[in-house]
Design a protein around this ligand. Structure first.
Ligand SMILES: [Zn+2]
Length: 421
């Protein structure tokens, strides 16, 4: 029995209802906070698992607590599986959309495909990852890493703020860390991974477009910088004899900003944390510890900027009688999204009568880990004012519905190609 297609307005309202319900599941009453392996994470698995089962998916939990809802192919094909999804963990005091949209949209897309009487020549598995944000443990993307067989064993010994190791938290949640290898999905049988996500930035809004196709996920380098000068009495050390570590960092910060502005390929450079030591109002700062975060859509742009920042910072430090040391914490290359799947998303967006714009993602996503093993692609939905990781995070429900409809059309397009000889 075929039913008329629900328009984007209706799909958006349905998505919003699911997201509102999921947002009520929280570790902190009054705000949305769902940490990995927390009681709220457990309740969210029950809720989302229920949504999956109501729609005929077989839902189970893998060894790292990823909720996986699967349905078999209902038309002849090549025996492959299409993966869909995103994450259901959140940052502290989060919005309703980050991650959860990709899970809710996947569930709605399958429901709507059934209503329209369409048959799919591949199995579909919806993945609701539990550890994308890395908020409770410093292990971001660990869930999607497990799905690709690239889980890092050293994550199991990292501890949360209460001193609980990840391995113990997994066991307490009912998961068996000895079976993490079994959570890996064999790439040979996978058609690809599709993730719908809010943009979390202002560009689509600036362009006046509800949807955008992601080209790549920006590589990032995160470093620590330590500038050392000489502490002294703020009343007695004359200006010309000072070696003020903070004044030096301030000059370096403006240089970082200038290099960031001059860079190509969406280069961004940020000093987000500064500790001034000894940290007294009547003492010339002798030491400053600062963070540096540099990202770009192309690795070469990031690496050239890092070289320039280092060179300029050393020159500024030397001129001021300071020393500067750098320590690299994170260095992740840019990950390109699959060209064919990008084109499938682009065709779906165009079929909705919308301009197709492509853009890189400055934030990390599950698709970044999934791309290690499977052809992967992302579609962004416009965010109001680019706000995310904040309770004010919001997208127009109509945009959410357009995102779901684009996902439906992309899946049907892939189905048509899978059937073709
Ligand atoms: Zn996210």
């Amino acid at each position: 029995m075929t039913e008329p297609a629900r328009p984007p307005e209706e799909l958006g309202a349905l998505a919003q209802r699911l997201l509102d319900d999921l947002a009520l599941v929280t570790d902190e009453p009054g705000r949305v906070t769902r940490a990995y392996l927390s009681p709220a994470h457990g309740r969210s698995i029950e809720l989302v698992g229920g949504w999956m089962r109501e729609r005929g998916l077989d839902a189970r939990l893998d060894a790292v607590a990823t909720l996986r809802g699967r349905r078999a192919a209902d038309a002849p094909g090549r025996g492959r599986t299409l993966l869909l999804g995103s994450h259901i963990d959140t940052v502290v005091d989060a919005g309703k959309l980050d991650g959860c949209l990709g899970v809710a949209a996947a569930i709605l897309a399958l429901e709507e495909i059934d209503r329209r009487g369409e048959r799919l020549p591949f199995a579909v598995e919806i993945l609701a990852f539990g550890d994308e944000e890395g908020v409770r443990f410093p292990s971001p993307l660990s869930s999607s890493s497990a799905a690709t067989g690239t889980y890092r064993r050293d994550w199991l010994v990292v501890k949360d703020r209460d001193g609980v190791p990840l391995e113990r938290a997994l066991r307490a949640f009912g998961c068996d860390p000895a079976k993490i290898d079994e959570a890996a999905i064999d790439p040979a049988g996978v058609l690809g991974f599709l993730e719908l996500h809010i943009e979390q930035g202002p560009r689509l809004e600036h362009w006046g477009l509800p949807l955008g196709v992601v080209t790549s996920i920006a590589g990032q380098t995160r470093m620590g910088m330590t500038v050392v000068g000489m502490a002294g009495h703020a009343g007695t050390v004359p200006m010309e004899l000072r070696r003020d570590a903070f004044a030096g960092l301030a000059e370096i910060a403006l240089t970082v900003e200038r290099i960031g502005r001059q860079g190509a390929n969406d280069l961004v450079a940020t000093i987000g944390r500064v500790a001034v030591l000894p940290g007294a109002g009547n003492t010339v700062p002798g030491r400053v510890e600062a963070s540096l975060d540099v990202r770009a859509g192309v690795d070469a742009s990031r690496l050239v900027a890092l070289d320039r920042i280092r060179h300029e910072a050393e020159r500024i430090a030397a001129r001021r009688g300071l020393t500067i040391a750098f320590e690299r914490h994170v260095d992740v290359p840019t990950v390109a999204m699959d060209g064919n799947l990008q084109n499938a998303f682009a065709a779906a967006v165009a079929s909705l009568g919308l301009d197709v714009r492509r853009l890189p993602s400055g934030a990390g996503h599950d698709a970044m880990a999934m791309a290690r093993a499977f052809p992967s692609a992302m579609l962004f939905v416009r965010s109001k004012a680019g706000i995310s990781h904040n309770p004010l995070e919001w997208s127009d429900p109509l945009d959410l519905g357009l995102g779901v409809e684009a996902m439906i059309r992309t899946i049907l397009d892939l189905a048509a190609r899978e059937r073709a000889p």
